[in-house]
Design a protein. Structure first.
Length: 365
């Protein structure tokens, strides 16, 4: 499979564009990410979730350069395993892809899933095998509530429930961009130049009712087909009530290696010798063994990259993302020795977990 065959066009902006302009383009195209180009070079991406999490007092004049995330682009030779790892580590739904003729396109999680829907690791799986229990809001909750939940829990979408807990719709970060766009402000009773006071707007005003709904026993292949068609996550219902949700990431993590009852995806070690690989695997296993005694783990993703090659030497970056039932933890480290980079990053991850246990969880595991 050639990546250019599954790449798609997306929203391209410049650092000088305003938040309103970028938000309008992303909402119109329903793209949660936009690539920021300066003189034809990729500077990074803008993520819808970052825009809706913050109060932007003057989006018509605020430049988007203040919201750019530094992220590299995918090259034509990037492997599927590397892409999966990249998606598991980051919260993006799409990453920039640079073609051989220097055109910027996007590779999305859904496009990868569409290509891998017949993968042996997904065979025989049902919706109930991959769904997670989502955090929900009600039709009476305000946009302020939705935004604070998205910010505090680092979420991209929120199911909305109504009377007796029945599922009503789904709010995705790209839907909330409407609050920034002047042409939609009148929908909520505000004039074009007036700031929207989000405490007075019901979050349900932003929800999308045309979403994928499945049952617990729905085959995963069917779930993927529906998600790809509607370009959204899937909501799992039982008697009209939500029992779970399935995001593209929930499915991608099945393509990692299962250890200790959960999935692990490690990429970037293909060129290293078996001894180095074994040391890093031992370090990862040692960390996970300690973490499982504190909190249940959902999955772990690790990505190793080479940087700053000097002669025969290369500096390594080691990035890790650990998803637990109490939250998601990130860590990274750089070193000329890949094993030392791994050890430092994993130790930082462990310290962050211990810190959260002592200051927030306080034994309530």
């Amino acid at each position: 499979m050639k990546l250019v065959e599954i790449a798609e066009e997306g929203v391209l902006v410049t650092p000088e564009d305003t938040v309103t302009h970028v938000a309008s383009s992303m909402f119109r195209e329903r793209k949660p990410e936009a690539a920021v180009l300066e003189d034809g070079e990729l500077k990074g991406i803008v993520v819808a979730r970052d825009l809706v999490k913050r109060k932007i007092s003057n989006p018509d004049k605020t430049k988007i350069e203040n919201f750019v995330r530094n992220v590299g682009h995918v090259l034509p030779g990037t492997s599927i395993d590397e892409l999966i790892s990249m998606f598991l580590i980051n919260d993006f739904t799409a990453v920039p892809f640079k073609t051989l003729d220097n055109k910027i396109l996007f590779i999305t999680k859904l496009s990868i899933l569409n290509e891998l829907r017949d993968h042996p690791d997904l065979s025989g799986k049902k919706a109930s095998d991959v769904m997670t229990v989502p955090f929900c809001i009600t039709t009476d909750d305000t946009l302020a509530t939705a935004r604070s939940i998205i910010r505090d829990l680092n979420l991209s979408r929120l199911p909305v429930t109504g009377k007796e807990g029945r599922f009503e719709g789904l709010i995705e970060s790209v839907d909330l961009l409407k609050a920034i766009i002047p042409e939609y402000r009148s929908d909520f009773g505000f004039s074009a130049g007036e700031r929207i006071y989000i405490d007075d707007v019901q979050a349900s005003s932003f929800m999308n009712k045309d979403v994928v709904t499945v049952e617990e026993g729905t085959p995963l292949r069917s779930v993927i087909d529906q998600m790809v068609k509607k370009k959204t996550a899937a909501v799992v219902l039982k008697d009209e009530k939500i029992v779970g949700m399935i995001s593209p990431k929930d499915i991608l993590r099945l393509l990692g290696e299962e250890k200790l009852g959960f999935y692990i995806n490690v990429s970037g070690l293909q060129e290293e010798d078996e001894f180095i690989k074994s040391i890093i695997n031992e370090e990862i296993t040692r960390l996970l063994d300690k973490v499982t005694k504190i909190v249940p783990i959902n999955y772990m993703a690790v990505r190793v990259e080479k940087h700053h090659k000097t002669g025969t030497r290369a500096k390594y970056s080691f990035r890790a993302r650990l998803s637990t039932q109490k939250g998601v933890f990130y860590s990274d480290s750089f070193d000329w020795d890949v094993t030392k980079a791994a050890q430092k990053a994993l130790e930082r991850l462990w310290r962050e977990i211990l810190k959260k246990k002592e200051t927030v969880w306080k034994g309530n595991i």
